[in-house]
Every structure is written in structure tokens, then in C-alpha cells.
Design a protein around this ligand. Sequence first.
Ligand code: FAD
Length: 479
Amino acid sequence: NVRKVEPKRDARYGALTDAHAGALEQLVGGSANVITDEEHLKAYNSCWMNKFHGQSKLVLRPRSTEQVSAVVAYCNEHRLALVPQGGNTGLVGGSVPLFDEIILSLGKMDKIESFDDISGVAVTQAGVVLETLDTFVGERGYRVPLDLGAKGSCQIGGNVATHAGGSRFVKYGSLRNSVLGMEVVTGDGTVIDSLKVLKKDNTGYDLKSLFIGSEGTLGIITQLSIACVKRPHASQVALFACESFDSVKKVLPLARTRLGETLSAIEFMDGAAVQLALKHLHHVEDPMPGEQHPFYVLVEAESAENFVVEQLMDRFVTEAFEAGLAVNGVMSQNDDQKHKMWALRESLPEAVQKSGNATFKYDVSLPMDAFYALVEDTRSRVRGQEGVHCVGWGHIGDGNLHLNLSAPSKGLSELLEPWVYEWVSKHRGSISAEHGLGQMKNHGILYSRTAPELALMRQLKQVFDPNAILNPYKMLPLV
Ligand code: FAD
């Protein structure tokens, strides 16, 4: 019952006329907030990986909720399809059109509305870049409980729409815990004001949670409130080399036991991924020059006090060596060293991108006993294919593996799909851990969800977006 349907432009959607373009330009406050020239449209029509491409002729850049609402109401009336776009760093083609859908770019809605330094709650427009928000609350002693490699470009609205996980999920948990309220424009232009700043609020259904992870298919997130956490003053990062994946697995419970609540990140990289980064990216430094190991684990601990982190880390590292889990390791002595270790981990997507003409990315959740077997089995499957790299890394504390391949051409996908999804489903994993389904995996939703769940999702779509103008051809399978 899992079938990939070749997308075709749905004839129910209207075509963009000059009259529509003129009316929409007025609704967003004039030509300064509109993009129509071919050259500038390219970046909006193409994803970060240069893998998914659309042919939109119009990008709208509203500045307020009222403008978003007016645009959506107009598009709903005229059946014009819309694609909400944040920082366009998504990895499943969710933020780019397939055909001529209008792009609604949130980048000009970049105002941080308020911050309460007693509760730590920030209220912000959706288009604020994650790093900007984090710097803003950082100056007030707090941090956004979300961190990821694309932080300099992705937007908080895009993060919430994808339900991004990132490297601090292991400490702070899901955005569903920290997003307290939201303002959303649904498919007919209605503004739903659920912009609460309360940590406890059991009044009826939790509507805002429906929009978290809905990938722009149920509504446009225009504002949100998020509970930030106190910024720790002290941190330390250790990078271990391990000889087997069995050792990597055992580092995890040891880190949890010895570092307790100070454990703020635990990331895994295989040696092949590290070698790709060292080969293709000059800004990345080799943490253990002259050595190559099959696996690496980056562990970060944070606390309000230096001595706490130092003592706990020392004991943890000593035990990891005594138990034979680590064969070499480096521990940060200053911020520059921490930064370099993180830079290595965060550079891996770019390294894969640079290592071939075509890339294949699979973001999956797996039980720990199947975790690295997927990389090994994929390597066996592509063995003999010229110029192919197959590497793995991920947020191992959350059971989240990023399987990545690069190849000289796109042809490899026939070997990989649906094989990877079937493999994951057979091992009781999820085909989408944190990146969403977008247009890449929407056909595969039934690998990880049941038919009644899918039916209910379709009903929800109908309720929030009756004419299906919001982000068509994404998330739900095509029929
Ligand atoms: P976009 O890519 O613009 O959009 C993503 C989806 O959200 C689309 O479906 C879009 O239509 C929708 N959308 C965007 N804004 C809105 C809005 N305001 N209202 C409604 N819908 C909206 N992801 C992780 O989870 N963890 C990681 O560790 C991680 N690391 C990454 C590292 C790199 C180098 C890169 C390039 C990406 C990484 N990602 C990661 C993926 C990506 O950064 C996240 O999915 C991010 O949350 C997307 O935010 P964005 O603003 O770029 O959204």
C-alpha cells in the first residue's frame, strides 16, 4: 500500500494572472515586498541541497499577520496554491514549490516582540532567524532550547513547522514542550490567536501542537511564544574515538550515569563521515591528526558552575578509557576548542554535499540494536557502485541516525528507495525522525503510520485548509 505517485500539477489550482499578481502585491504593501525577476526567484525555487526545484513566478514577503491573512484569504478565494518558506534549509523539499505555487516567504516578519526575563518566555514573529533569537535571549542570560547546524539561516517559524530536533533535544526535549503559544493563519485566512505565554493551560484541545510539525500544510505560523532556558555558564566538550559501534553504544549509558542532568549533547559520527569533512572542507580541523578511527562520539556537559562540569567530565572520561570504550580522545580547554569540535560535527551535511553531484539523505529513528546496521547494510547494497560515499552520523542520544550518501549521479536512488524505508520499517523505526516528510517522503508515510492515522490526518487537513491551498503535494501522500 506504499506507492510513489509521480506528481502532476493539480488542475484545481488557478493560474497566476497579472491581475492576481497586482492584487497580491498591494496586499503585502507594494513592490518592495515582492520578487518576480528570474534571477532572484532562483534561490526561492531551489532547496539547500539543490535537489528540489520549482517554477514559482512570485515570492511574497509580508511584514505582518494582517498581510499574511489577507494573502491567504485572496489565494483561497482564487484557488491559488501557496508554499510557506522560512530559511529554506529544510532537507525534504518542503519549502520549495513543485510547480507554479506562490511562495510566501516569512523572512520580513523578523521582529522579536517581547522577552520576559523572569519566566524566560520570548514572543517572536515567525521569520526571526534561530541564531538571532538565541543571541537576543543570550544577552539576557537565556538560550533557545534548540540548536542545529543551520541556525544561522533557519527561522524559528520554520523550526516549529518542521518540529526540528537538533543537538540539544537530548537535554531539553521536543519543541512541543517549549512552544507555549502560537498565532496561525489557516487556509481560508482566519487568524487563530493562541499566543499564550502560560506553561500550564489545559483548556480544551491543544490546537497549537497540531501545527508543530505540520510542515506548512495546516496553517502559516506568524508568531509564537517559546520558553527559553537559563544559559549555563560552564561547559566542556569531549571527543572520543571508538573502535567499534558496540563501544559507541556503551558510551551513552555511561554519559547518562556520570554526567546526569549536565549532559547537554551526545553526537555520533562515523569515521567515513569525518574523513569526508577533512577532505572537502578546509575550515574543519582534524581533532586527532594522523589517526583514523571507525567511530567518534562528541559529548558535551553544561552546568551553572565550572567545577561541576570539570569534575563530572573528568570522571566520565576516565571511566570511558578504563572500560576500553574509547581508544583516544580530546577534551576542550577553551571556547575555541569547543567551537572546533562542534564545527566538525556541524560541517558533515556540507561535506557530503561537496563530495558528489547527487546526495541522498535519510533521517531516521531506530532502536539502538539496529542503529548502525542500516549504514552497514546500505554500504553492502551500494558496493561496486563507482564514486559512491555512504556515511552515518546523528543524534545518538535520541536514537536518530542520519544516513547520507553521495554519488556521481541521481541514478543511485533506484537502489536506495524504497529499500531504505522498508529496512527501517522492518526494524520498527521511523522514516522521519526530525526533518519531516515534505515532497521527498510523503509517499512513504504508511511505513511509519497506520492507515487510520493517515485518514485522520486527511480529515484534519480538510478542516484547516478546505481548498488545500497550503503547501500542496507535501507531507500527505498524493492520490
Ligand atoms: P524551511 O526549510 O523554509 O521550511 C521547512 C518547512 O516548514 C516547509 O514545509 C515550509 O513550508 C514550512 N514552513 C516554514 N516556515 C513556516 C511558517 N512560518 N509557517 C508554516 N510553515 C512554515 N533539522 C533538524 O531537525 N535537526 C538538525 O540537527 C538539523 N540540522 C541541519 C543542518 C544543516 C546544515 C541543514 C542545512 C539543515 C538541518 N536541519 C536540521 C534541517 C532544517 O534546518 C530544519 O528542518 C529547520 O527547522 C528548517 O527551518 P527553515 O526556517 O529553514 O524552514
